[in-house]
Design a protein around this ligand. Structure first.
Ligand SMILES: Nc1ncnc2c1ncn2[C@@H]1O[C@H](COP(=O)(O)OP(=O)(O)OP(=O)(O)O)[C@@H](O)[C@H]1O
Ligand SMILES: [Mg+2]
Length: 276
């Protein structure tokens, strides 16, 4: 099982979109067994795969909040939660694609678990119980490095960082890399490595994007972080699908943007293979 956390402290860079498309492509085109974990209280990823009515039935006792041990008045502390109770199988009818949905109350995770020993390792302990069931686990993280994403880093083999090639993200990248490295020093169980940066929402016809893309590739070399060759263009196929809470792959597996994600998935699989 390989676990990949999608992380960038900057919001709106395509973390969720990338998790949704890559997970769908891994399951549909590569027949992989995939688990998506939505760690973002914004729940965007969750609602790309299930309807709000379905989530309503699960929200009391079958979300990532339960997995992470939040006591929301429903569970008892004396019995450990079983992660399998929060796994939704074959979402959208896609064989091999499972989901652990998120919960808005995850916003309060840091407050609630502030004093709990080993609080960064709850997800690892839980995921260990089902590690034989999956080939890939993709974790959608919120745009910060609070306790939930820290749990993701502890459990992950790799980080993928989506970046929109504008000026601010290129400044943010060194910051993110340093932050992750210092987290690794403070949590010895954390062995996560950067798999690479993916360029998302790229407007290839604008000078600022092409210039920044080159600049970020250079910075990444200096920082010893790989940048994927495949770039994801900004396209209405993807924004429309997201607006309708659907993976763009399911709307049209051959649309531009989706084709780019398919190439990216091949590149990701190759890169992971090289690392093994
Ligand atoms: N390649 C693309 N082309 C067009 N629109 C895109 C593309 N990728 C993402 N978007 C749109 O950009 C917005 C932000 O994307 P997304 O939600 O994936 O970012 P995020 O990094 O997960 O944001 P957050 O930090 O808030 O979780 C969404 O409206 C999404 O539909
Ligand atoms: Mg998101």
């Amino acid at each position: 099982m390989k676990t990949i956390a999608f992380i960038n402290m900057k919001g709106g860079v395509g973390k969720t979109t990338s998790v949704v498309e890559i997970a769908t492509i891994l399951a549909k085109e590569h027949r992989k067994k995939v688990l998506v974990i939505d760690l973002d209280p914004q729940t965007n990823c969750t609602f790309s795969f299930i309807k709000i009515e379905a989530w309503d039935k699960l929200k009391t006792n079958a979300t990532i909040a339960d997995v992470l041990g939040m006591n929301r008045g429903f569970s008892t502390r004396d019995k450990e939660y079983e992660i399998k109770d929060a796994v939704l199988k074959n979402v959208l009818g896609i064989v091999g694609l499972d989901l652990i949905p998120s919960h808005l109350e995850l916003t309060f995770l840091d407050l609630e678990l502030g004093g709990v020993a080993g609080r960064e390792q709850i997800l690892k302990k839980q995921l260990d119980k089902i590690k034989d069931d999956y080939e890939y686990v993709l974790i959608d993280c919120p745009p910060n490095l609070t306790l939930a994403p820290q749990n993701a880093l502890v459990v992950s083999d790799y980080i993928i960082t989506p970046v929109v090639p504008e000026i601010y993200p290129s400044i943010g990248l060194p910051l993110l890399i340093n932050r992750v490295r210092s987290l690794k020093r403070s949590i010895p169980q954390c062995n996560v490595e950067f798999l690479g940066v993916i360029f998302t929402k790229v407007k290839s016809n604008t000078r600022i994007h092409t210039q920044q893309l080159d600049a970020i590739r250079k910075t990444s070399v200096e920082l010893d972080v790989y940048t994927f060759q495949t770039i994801i263009p900004e396209t209405v196929r993807i924004s429309e699908a997201a607006a309708n809470n659907k993976p763009a792959y399911l709307v049209n597996p051959n649309a531009d943007g989706v084709e780019s994600y398919k190439n990216l998935v091949k590149e990701i699989l190759l890169k992971i293979n090289e690392n093994e």
